[in-house]
Design a binder for this molecule. Structure first.
Ligand code: C2E
Ligand code: MG
Ligand code: MG
Ligand code: MG
Length: 288
């Protein structure tokens, strides 16, 4: 009886595995098709100067407009795209669309675009980015590339070469999710970044006055001693804005200033904001 149970369990396990594998294969096929059909869309989240709240640009965040499942966030497809190698094609499509969308926006506004670890291993990375900039007429000085530390673990030397060559063209490099990686200080020593983005898990704790707020303070100080600007991500309440600015944090991003929205909504907001003043300043009432 025990034997039969064991075999039954094994068969059940096999069926489950088979199911999971099929599901994955289907999702991969769907994603491949989706990329081809242009279902991956850039969304835009405002990045502002602190404490003035003047808009300096947007972070580009990918969304998948799935024909049946609706709008999907990166959690649902970036991992799969990375594991299947589809991330490169996906990312280039997002970058191309974003640089095209931004052509109709005020020319001082910048774009920050996320790059995955796999792309950083591509020796042609700088050339590919420059080709998209040329094709879309988007100035390199308006582009910032965001990389996470996980992107640096594989081949630091390759990353150094690629990033340096992009910087030579005027593209800025930001270290994203700072404070969540294994060896943040090591990477700061080994590579020349232009900006640090403080992970929102730290920023969220500021109003609580926890020890993490002290860490935010320390990260900002560390950045400034290395000549790096800092962006606080995930700002949700206005009470942390003045505190961050007082500590010397130059930029901020978060639901307080605006959630990521599509091109059409961004167009609408920009028209509205520009009407108010030549300088685009976001106030709480406009962004609530
Ligand atoms: P990230 O680069 O750290 O992006 C910031 C994430 O924080 C975004 O999530 C954004 O919506 C969210 N966020 C911003 N402000 C707030 C806030 O005030 N409160 C809260 N709770 N969340 C906030 P999203 O769009 O889900 O993206 C998640 C991650 O997916 C990104 O983290 C980035 O690592 C990755 N990702 C997004 N688009 C791309 C892409 O085109 N290529 C690659 N390689 N990765 C991408
Ligand atoms: Mg980012
Ligand atoms: Mg981040
Ligand atoms: Mg983050």
């Amino acid at each position: 009886k025990g034997k039969r149970d064991g075999r039954g369990t094994f068969r059940f396990f096999q069926e489950e595995m088979g199911h999971a594998i099929k599901l994955r294969a289907r999702m991969e096929a769907e994603l491949r098709l989706g990329i081809g059909r242009g279902e991956i869309e850039p969304f835009y989240q405002p990045v502002v100067q602190l404490p003035s709240r003047e808009l300096i640009g947007f972070e580009v965040l990918a969304r998948w407009r799935h024909p049946e499942r609706g709008l999907l966030g990166p959690m649902e497809f970036i991992g799969l795209a990375e594991e299947t190698g589809l991330i490169a094609e996906l990312s280039w499509a997002v970058m191309r669309k974003a640089c095209t969308d931004a052509r109709s926006w005020p020319s001082h506004l910048q774009l920050a675009i996320n790059i995955s670890p796999l792309q950083l291993q591509d020796r042609l990375l700088p050339e590919r980015i420059l080709a998209i900039l040329t094709e879309t007429g988007f100035a390199p000085g308006r582009l910032e590339i965001e990389i996470t530390e996980t992107a640096l673990v594989n081949d630091l030397e390759a990353a150094r070469v690629a990033l340096k060559s992009l910087q030579n063209f005027g593209v800025r490099i930001a270290l994203d999710d700072f404070g969540t990686g294994y060896s943040s200080l090591y990477h700061l020593r080994e590579l020349q970044f232009d900006k640090l983005k403080i992970d929102r898990s730290y920023v969220a704790s500021i109003p609580l006055g926890e020890d993490r707020a002290k860490l935010v303070d320390a990260i900002i100080a560390l950045g400034s001693s290395l000549g790096l600007a800092t962006t606080a991500e995930g700002i949700e309440n206005s009470s942390s804005v003045d505190w961050l600015a007082d500590q010397g944090c130059a930029y901020g991003q978060g639901f307080l200033f605006g959630k990521p929205v599509n091109k059409e909504t961004t167009d609408g907001l920009l028209a509205l904001w520009s009407d108010i003043a030549g300088k685009i300043v976001l106030t709480d009432s406009e962004t609530a």
